[in-house]
Structures are given as structure tokens and as C-alpha cells.
Design a protein around this ligand. Structure first.
Ligand code: C2E
Ligand code: CA
Ligand code: CA
Length: 907
């Protein structure tokens, strides 16, 4: 199982969660430690400050206390002085006595100086000074101040003044006690340094005089700084305002300085940070971890389901889990339960869709046509069962589409597919051969319609339907063969012959060779038909054909142009002698008669040959020269072969010249008559109309057939006039024809040249008050489907005006079925040659094929040349709607026709 091996994405989620949690805790711990550090520092600072101001506060009373002690001492000394009575008498001896006294007492006195003044005038009576740095006593302003500064020696003294009363008046005794460093040291706390400073000037220090130079206390308040890299802080308090000798008052301050106790307790910080972080982590895990864990395992289930679904291997347990997931949190309906719901819904619908698709495919499999899909490079991707039948392959992984196609067709198939792939075409219909299953050598025909499968504007595959058309194909081949061959002898017909002639001429132009063309007409063949019947005539024609072919080269083409007319084409001739050789062989044929069923027929024919480029420069002229030569041969008393170049000088077609000279006159004198031949409904037997046929009776030649004078009129440029004459006679007859009758009128190629034709036709019918639907214009197939644009253009115009259009002689000049779509046709007229052969199996199948083509194109079908009841019934059963032929009536003059119709309708 692929799913199990695949790492589930939720594992990744877990990893991401843990990484993020770790990152969060890490940054949290940093922030916490910073915060703790700051708080700690602030605390420390406050404590330091409190500590130092505590020391200060503590020291001041001590100082005061010291001062008080000294005052007590002063009182004690004073009492001794008083008791000694040294001051009582005011004489010269007093000073000496006092000197002696203080000298004797100097050890116990404990004061640096004692000054005795008269209280009234402050005159110094006596001054005792023990210290070395004895101030200028005169400078002592014995003022009422408890402190006095010896400004000269910068020594501060406590000044204790006492007044004594005796007989001589009031005496003031002032004691001076120096504030020495030792005193301060004694009063200070260990670790700290104390100063007494005047302003910022240190008078003394607990560290001794030396330390005074070390540092200047700050001017006041709290401060911190470093001395020799050691951090200190200090605080000060004003003790008193001291009046100096000059009368200025200066603050006397006590300064306490101590080293800062701010050793940072790293371990405490670390432990507290760690503790808090751990706590936070546990909290986080407790709050989110479990929840995310559940979320993760639910996501696992959903993901597994999605993966299995994607791999189309959903097992039932995962489906159960999924549905649990979908309902478990039904109250909350979080995203996962929604996903689970949607996924299981999707699985269900997709199952259903798969089921439907299977059903569709099963249905498709029932079709005989194969539905296939293949990749742009031709690999087969999908196919219905019918494909296996067609290609004989079960396993299409091995089957590139090109492998199944006949090698001769594969280039075309690949080209068409490439056109689809490159979006040059949106749909192609191709015919090609597929290999027969189990037989690599034989093939069968299929027709395929392919279209590109487009995804996001690019072609991702080709899809299409493939159908076995072998039967249709063979059928079509047969029809197209029929189209190019005479049905009786299977010789090429006029169309094929003219094609080969054109090719032979082109080739001869390049190789500078000769092409001989011969027109052959059997002599007295009409008599054979009339005497022995058509069947015998046909057998004779087949025998004749075989004899002709026996003497011709394989490169020669023998063709039959209807009736007893043959045309032979001999291409690639090096010289005229080659042509002579062929005609000699042909001439030799007439020496032997033909025997059919105990009847002996002479093999007699007249032939005329013309040679390219000697007698003509193009195919049309070559044909007419050969035709002329043939006419000449007939005129010579038949059964001979003439070359055009040898008759050209003698007699250029006497008979045709005669007819030609008379034709113009006949047309001008309106001697060409319009006759009518009835058209009968195959279902009801009723006469629905008639075909108009031209007739010419010459006083000397008798009846001249339209097959002779119509082409002549065309080549002489008289056909317009002839056609006009017949057309007007036909229109005129409408006045006497039964109501609703229609007339079919033959149009020749030349008539279609005229640009005024349509205009004139419309004018004429309007004049005669005839509707265009009553007229069906018959155009022979060769003309209708020729490449001549104006012919098709004219036909389209006539159709647009409302005239019916019939394709005459259909099946003879056939070129391509598909062209039937290109012109607006209403009716197909089956050629007479098919009707003649309808009682043979081959002839029947051809006629059936043509009628089915007409039906499939929704065209009315007319059969001409119906000569008996049996044929009429057969054609009616085949689905031919309209019948025409001698069985009903031969063509007749208009007046006679009216009588005939009336008589027929009355019975
Ligand atoms: P088409 O248009 O195929 O005319 C049918 C021909 O078959 C007519 O020959 C008609 O007489 C003949 N036919 C009809 N029923 C039978 C039958 O049962 N048995 C036999 N053996 N033949 C039958 P027709 O009148 O000799 O005309 C020959 C061709 O001359 C016509 O062939 C048509 O192409 C052309 N044609 C005739 N009249 C005119 C016309 O007024 N104008 C033009 N342009 N061509 C015409
Ligand atoms: Ca016709
Ligand atoms: Ca015809």
C-alpha cells in the first residue's frame, strides 16, 4: 500500500508545532530573564539608596551624641576651673596660674583649645591651645555658634560656650574640640567611608586625612560613581549652616560613601527564568498540546481518507472513521468535521459518478462503433469493446494507434491527427484500413471521426468514433467504378477515356511522342438489335470488345461511348508507323465473323483515327478530327479504317457537312419540332407530365436523330436558337395541357453559357403565366458537375428562381458523390443504360445503389427507357417515383400527346 509508506502531513504539522513552541519558549525565556534582571536591578538600586541613607540617618544622632559628650566634658572641666578659683581674681598672675593649670591638666582636659573672654566685650582674657595647628586666635570670632571652622588649617571644631559669674563680672569660657578623622572613623560603619564636608570640600574623612585627596564628595544628594574601577555610591545630609569669617554661610554636610552591593545573582536569575519558562511551557502544552494532538490525529484520519480516495483504494474502516469524524463534533462543527463531511459526501458522489460512468461505458460497449481515446502521440488510452472487435487487441498499452493502421494509410492518419493536435482542425473524418484481428496481412476499411480533447487550452488527447465501413466502402468503390466504366462491357466510359486522353497528351507534349485516337462504329449493329433483340446485341458487343482488346497493347485504352460506338486511345507512340501497325491489326479483325448461338455475324466496323500532334493540338480537336475520319469511313461504304490526315484533303465529312448546311435553315424555318413523352407516376400510374424532346425531319435525309443534330447545333453556335424554339413551343403547349401538368426540358451545355438565359426564362414564363415549379430543367450530369463555375452558378440562379433542376443521365458521367451536395438538385434521372440491364444481377445492384443514393439525399428519382411492365414494377418496388419509356408511350407531337393523355385519363 502506497498510503502506509507515505509520511502523513500531520507529522510535519507536529514538527512545526514543536519547533514553534520551542522558539516561543526560547524567546519567552529571554524576555523573562530580561524582565527579572531589570526588576532585580531596580530593587537593588532602591535598596542601595535606602541602605546608604539609613547609614546617614544613623550617623547623625551619633555625631550629635558625640557633641553632647564633649559638652558634658566641657562642664566637667569648667567645674574644675571654677573650683580652682583661678578666674576669680583678676590680676597678672591669673594668666600664669591658668597656664600652669592647663599645662598640668592637659592630659585630662581633652579639648584642643579653651578661650576665656569677657562676656561683655568679648575681649580674650586667656587662651589655651594645645594643638600644633594653632589657629590665629584673633581670628576666632567668638560667636554664638556650636561649630567653628579654623579656616586657615581647615579644622572643624565643636564650640562649647559657658558663662561664669563672679565678682569681676561675667566671663565666658569657650571650649574647642576638634573633629578629627579618628572620631569620624569611630562613628562610621565598617565598609563605609564618611566625610564631613564644607560644600564639596572634605574637611575630614573616616579613612583618614590621606583619603581626603582620593575623592571629592559630590555637592549634595545621592550619587554613584567609580573610583579606581570600583563602584561607589554616596549620600549626604546637611548638618548645619556654618557662618565663615567673612560672614558667608556655607552648608556643612555629612557624606557617607559605600561600595555598591550589586553583584548580580546569575544563578538566581537562571533558576527563576528556567522555572517560569518551564511553567509556561507546561501550561502551553497543557492548553494547546493535547488539543493540537487531537486535532492532528483527526487530521490524520481525514488525510488518510483523502489519500486513499485519491488512489481509488478506499477501505471501509477509513470510511467509518471518516463518518465518525464528521459527526463526533457535530455540535461544534469545526473545519475538520466539515472537511470530513464533505469528503465522505464527495466519496459517495464520486462512487455514484463512477457507477454512472461505468453504465455509460457499458452502453458505449454495446455499440458496434468503437469509441476510443488516445494521447497526442498516438498511445491508446481508452476504448470501448467494439475496438477490441475491430482491432483484435485486448491490451491497448502495447497498441499505438499507428500500429493498427495499414502502412499505406498511416501517413495520412498521422497527418490528420497532427492537424488536430496543433489545432489546425477541430474535427476530422478519415477513412483508413485497420489490420484484421489475427491476420496481419488483410485489412478492413473504417471511417473515423476524431476531435481533440482539450484541457486548459491545450490538446491532451484525441477522442473519436471508429466505424467499420468495409461494406459501404466496397459499395462506393463499385459505384465509382460504375461511374467510370460502361456497365455492359466494363470498359472505361467517356469520362475516364477523356481523362486518360488528356494525360496522354500532356505526356506526349513532354516526350515528343504521338497519341492516336480512334472512333469505331460497328456497322449495321442497329439491325442486329432490331432483329435479334437487345440481349443478342449485348452479347455481340461483349464479344467485339474482347476481340478488340486482344489486338491492343496493354497501355492502350478501349472505351465504349454508348450504343455501338467505341473509342480507342493509343498513347506513347514513337512514330506514325506505330499507329498504322495498330490499325492494321484492327483491320485484320474484320476478316473473321462472330458466332453466337449458331448465328453468324460479320465483324464489320468503320473507324476513324486522328493523331496528336499531327492532326490536332488539343484533345477536343483531336476527338472531332477522329470523329470526322469515322464519318468519312462510313461514307466510304463502311467496314474500313481512315486516318484524318489522309481524308482531310479529300472530303471533310461529306454527310455531316450536308446536315450542317441544312440545320441552320431548319432552325430558322422553325422546322425543329418539340415532341412530348409522358412521365408516369410509379405509384398511381397517372401521367404527371412530359419530357420535351426535339425532332427534325429532313425532306431528303428523313428523321435525323437529336443525338446527331444537337451536338452539331452546339458546335455551330445554333443551340441557343434551337433551344429557344423548342422552349417556346413547350411553353405554348401549357395552354392545352391538363392542369398541374409539368414539362421537363433539356438544357445543353452551351445554353448555360448565356448570361441572359435566366432573365429570359423568367420573362417568358411570366408572359405565358406559368409557374416555375411547373418546369423541370434537365442538365446532363457531366455538365452539372463539371468544374465550370458559370454552369454551377447558372444552375443556382435557376434554382433560386424556382425552376426544378434534374440531373440527367445520372450514373454515366458520375464524378463524385460528394458533389451532389454542391448544386441544388431536385431530381435524379437514372441513365437509360442502367434500366436496360436491370434484369441482370449486377445491373440490378447498380440501379439499387443509385436509387438509394437519391433517397438518402432526398431527391426524386426518375427512370427512363422503361420498355415493359416487368421493368416498371421492378423500378416502382425499388422506390423510383417517376417512370418514362416506350412501355407507356413514345415521344409524340404535342397535338397527338394531348389526345393520348385525354384518352388515357378517360379510361
Ligand atoms: P435524353 O434527355 O436522355 O432523352 C431520353 C431519350 O431516351 C430520348 O431520345 C427518348 O426518345 C429515349 N427514350 C425514351 N423512352 C425510351 C424507351 O423506352 N426505349 C428507348 N430505347 N429509348 C427511349 P432522343 O429523343 O433521341 O434524345 C436523345 C438525346 O438528345 C436526349 O437524351 C437529350 O440529351 C438530347 N435532346 C433531345 N431533345 C433535346 C432538346 O430539345 N434540347 C437539348 N438540349 N437536348 C435534347
Ligand atoms: Ca432528358
Ligand atoms: Ca437520359
Amino acid at each position: 500500500m502506497k498510503v502506509a509508506q507515505q509520511r502523513l502531513p500531520t507529522n510535519t504539522l507536529r514538527k512545526v508545532f514543536l519547533t514553534r513552541l520551542f522558539l516561543l519558549l526560547f524567546s519567552f525565556s529571554i524576555v523573562t530573564s530580561l524582565a527579572i534582571g531589570m526588576i532585580y536591578r531596580q530593587r537593588l538600586e532602591l535598596q542601595n539608596r535606602a541602605d546608604i541613607s539609613g547609614i546617614l540617618n544613623h550617623m547623625i544622632p551619633r555625631l550629635k551624641n558625640q557633641d553632647r559628650l564633649w559638652r558634658d566634658d566641657a562642664d566637667h572641666v569648667l567645674s574644675i576651673i571654677e573650683w580652682s578659683g583661678l578666674l576669680a581674681r583678676d590680676d597678672n598672675l591669673r594668666t600664669n596660674k591658668l597656664d600652669a593649670f592647663f599645662t598640668a591638666q592637659s592630659e585630662s582636659i581633652g579639648f584642643e583649645g579653651i578661650v576665656i573672654t569677657e562676656a561683655a566685650n568679648k575681649n580674650i582674657i586667656y587662651a589655651y591651645w594645645e594643638a600644633i595647628q594653632k589657629p590665629n586666635l584673633k581670628s576666632i570670632k567668638v560667636q554664638d555658634q556650636s561649630l567653628w571652622l579654623d579656616e586657615e588649617h581647615k579644622i572643624l571644631y565643636s564650640r562649647i560656650s559657658r558663662t561664669l559669674h563672679h565678682s569681676g563680672g561675667k566671663i565666658e569660657v569657650v571650649f574647642f574640640k576638634a573633629w578629627e578623622s579618628d572620631v569620624l572613623k569611630h562613628l562610621s560603619f565598617s565598609d563605609t567611608e564618611s566625610f564631613i564636608a564644607l560644600g564639596s570640600y572634605p574637611l575630614m574623612s573616616s579613612a583618614g586625612r590621606l583619603a581626603l585627596e582620593a575623592a571629592q564628595p559630590k555637592a549634595g544628594g545621592y550619587a554613584r560613581y567609580k573610583i579606581n574601577g570600583v563602584a561607589f555610591h554616596e549620600d549626604s545630609k546637611e548638618l548645619e549652616k556654618l557662618t565663615l569669617a567673612d560672614g558667608n554661610k556655607v552648608a556643612l554636610r555629612l557624606v557617607v560613601r559605600a561600595p555598591i552591593r550589586n553583584s548580580f545573582p546569575m544563578s538566581a536569575l537562571l533558576i527563576s527564568t528556567l522555572g517560569i519558562t518551564l511553567l509556561f511551557g507546561v501550561l502551553m502544552y497543557w492548553v494547546f498540546g493535547r488539543w493540537l494532538g487531537q486535532l492532528g490525529s483527526r487530521l490524520d484520519t481525514a488525510t488518510k481518507a483523502a489519500l486513499q480516495f485519491q488512489n481509488r483504494k478506499v477501505n471501509s474502516s477509513i470510511q467509518e472513521q471518516l463518518s465518525l469524524l464528521a459527526v463526533a463534533d457535530a455540535q461544534e462543527h469545526d473545519q475538520i468535521s466539515v472537511i470530513a463531511q464533505e469528503l465522505s459526501a464527495l466519496m459517495t458522489t464520486s462512487d455514484k459518478r463512477d457507477e454512472e460512468q461505468r453504465a455509460y461505458l457499458q452502453t458505449l460497449d454495446m455499440l458496434q462503433d468503437a469509441v476510443i481515446e488516445f494521447s497526442p502521440d498516438g498511445r491508446l488510452l481508452r476504448a470501448t469493446d467494439a475496438w477490441k472487435v475491430l482491432s483484435g487487441k485486448d491490451n491497448f498499452s502495447e497498441c499505438g494507434i499507428a500500429n493498427c493502421v495499414h502502412p499505406e494509410d498511416s501517413a495520412n492518419v498521422l497527418e490528420q491527427i497532427s492537424a488536430l493536435v496543433h489545432r489546425q482542425k477541430e474535427l476530422v473524418t478519415i477513412r483508413f484500413r485497420l489490420r484484421k484481428p489475427n491476420d496481419l496481412t488483410s485489412h478492413f476499411w473504417v471511417e473515423a471521426r476524431f476531435a481533440p480533447v482539450i484541457n486548459d487550452a491545450s490538446v491532451v488527447g484525441i477522442r473519436g468514433v471508429v466505424r467499420d465501413i468495409t461494406n459501404t466502402y466496397l459499395h462506393e468503390r463499385q459505384i465509382s467504378h460504375m461511374a467510370l466504366h460502361d456497365s455492359l462491357t466494363d470498359l472505361p466510359n467517356r469520362v475516364l477515356m477523356e481523362d486518360r486522353l488528356a494525360m496522354a497528351i500532356t505526356r506526349a507534349q513532354r516526350s515528343e511522342q504521338h497519341v492516336a485516337l480512334g472512333f469505331i462504329d460497328l456497322d449495321h449493329f442497329k439491325q442486329v438489335n432490331d432483329t435479334f433483340g437487345h440481349k443478342m446485341g449485348d452479347r455481340l458487343l461483349i464479344e467485339v470488345t474482347q476481340r478488340f482488346q486482344a489486338v491492343l497493347r496493354s497501355s492502350d485504352t478501349l472505351s465504349r461511348w454508348g450504343g455501338d460506338e467505341f473509342v480507342v486511345l493509343c498513347p506513347d507512340l514513337v512514330s506514325l508507323a506505330d499507329a498504322r501497325e495498330i490499325t492494321n491489326k484492327l483491320a485484320a479483325l474484320s476478316l473473321q465473323s462472330i458466332r453466337i448461338d449458331d448465328t453468324e455475324f460479320p465483324f464489320a466496323f468503320s473507324a476513324g483515327f486522328a493523331v496528336y500532334p499531327d492532326d490536332a493540338e488539343n484533345s477536343e480537336t483531336l476527338q472531332s478530327q477522329a470523329d470526322r475520319a469515322m464519318f468519312y469511313a462510313k461514307a466510304q461504304g463502311r467496314n474500313n479504317i481512315q486516318f484524318f490526315n489522309s481524308i482531310a484533303l479529300k472530303d471533310s465529312g461529306k454527310q455531316s457537312f450536308y446536315i450542317q448546311s441544312k440545320l441552320a435553315a431548319a432552325i430558322n424555318k422553325n422546322e425543329i419540332q418539340a415532341w412530348l413523352q409522358p412521365l408516369v407516376s410509379a405509384h398511381t400510374g397517372k401521367v404527371i407530365g412530359a419530357e420535351v424532346l426535339a425532332r427534325w425531319h429532313d425532306t431528303e435525309q428523313g428523321w435525323i436523330p437529336p443525338t446527331v443534330f444537337i451536338p452539331m447545333a452546339e458546335s455551330m453556335g445554333l443551340i441557343d436558337k434551337l433551344g429557344q424554339s423548342v422552349w417556346l413551343q413547350a411553353l405554348n403547349s401549357f395552354s392545352v395541357l391538363p392542369k398541374g401538368h409539368r414539362l421537363s426540358i433539356n438544357l445543353s451545355k452551351r445554353q448555360l453559357f448565356s448570361s441572359t438565359l435566366v432573365h429570359q426564362f423568367c420573362d417568358d414564363i411570366a408572359r405565358f403565366n406559368i409557374k416555375p415549379e411547373q418546369i423541370m430543367l434537365e442538365i446532363t450530369e457531366g455538365i452539372a458537375f463539371s468544374d465550370v463555375d458559370y454552369a454551377q452558378e447558372r444552375i443556382a440562379e435557376l434554382d433560386a428562381k424556382g425552376f426544378g433542376i434534374a440531373v440527367d443521365d445520372f450514373g454515366v458521367g458520375y464524378s463524385s458523390l460528394s458533389q451532389l451536395h454542391e448544386i441544388p438538385v431536385d431530381e435524379l434521372k437514372l441513365d437509360i443504360s442502367f434500366v436496360r440491364r436491370i434484369h441482370e444481377s449486377k445491373g440490378l445492384s447498380m440501379a439499387t445503389a443509385i436509387v438509394s443514393i437519391a433517397k438518402s439525399l432526398d431527391l426524386e428519382c426518375v427512370a427512363e427507357g422503361v420498355e415493359d411492365e416487368q421493368t416498371a414494377t421492378l423500378l416502382a418496388n425499388m422506390g423510383v417515383e417517376i417512370l418514362q419509356g416506350y412501355h407507356f408511350a413514345k415521344p409524340m407531337p404535342i397535338q397527338k400527346y394531348i389526345e393520348w393523355v385525354n384518352q388515357r385519363h378517360s379510361t
